[in-house]
Ligand binder design. Sequence first.
Ligand SMILES: [Zn+2]
Length: 237
Amino acid sequence: MRMERLTWEEFEMAKAKASAILLPVGSVEAHGKHLPLGTDVFAPLEIARRVEKKLKDKGIEILIAPPIWYGHSFVLNVYPGTINVRADSLRRYVRDVMSEFAEEGFKKIILLNGHGGNVYPLIEASEEVAESYDVGIILINWWMDFRKEILEICSSQGHAGEDETSVMLAIAPELVKMEKAKGEKRSTPVRVIRRDVGLELFPDGVNDNPQGATREKGEKILEVVSDKIAKILEGML
Ligand SMILES: [Zn+2]
């Protein structure tokens, strides 16, 4: 159930039945010339939808909260359409949102993250909330936690790369411009922090070769990942 569709009375009822609330977190940022800016929210939202259904089949209800759209995206801020929120702002914002869920009485909060730059702010926000409330927070970074499974389906993994492009082809093919999908893996031996480092590390906002992406691969990734998550949550909720 999507929280934003409920009235407060319906929310009260849904809350009583739900074992946890799931909060998708993403980013609004450049994903090459071929993927939409909202890719990092579209993916966790779709995974959340599938996880919710799988858990429901097992008799477990979860509530899906409205997503946090804007994330921490320093490196890709060199491209138009990337709306970067400082790590500290994101940490405080997510901490406040999760504190509200704890105040509402949720004992379990699932953070389903779709974006790399969010990982540390989310850990810090979670630690702060866990210090103040009797609540358990489960942080899932789906493309990292299930890398092994994803690499059994795709030949590589990367920003706007084969895996992410495949996933978007499965979710919203009308938003993917495959004729513009190109790129390569780039890295530096040590981490370099410079305002325009994204131009070198993520040319056109890509860091992987997306050309092998297909809708079938995306469908497989979404199924495998949501299945894994549902099974893990089944043992925790
Ligand atoms: Zn992404």
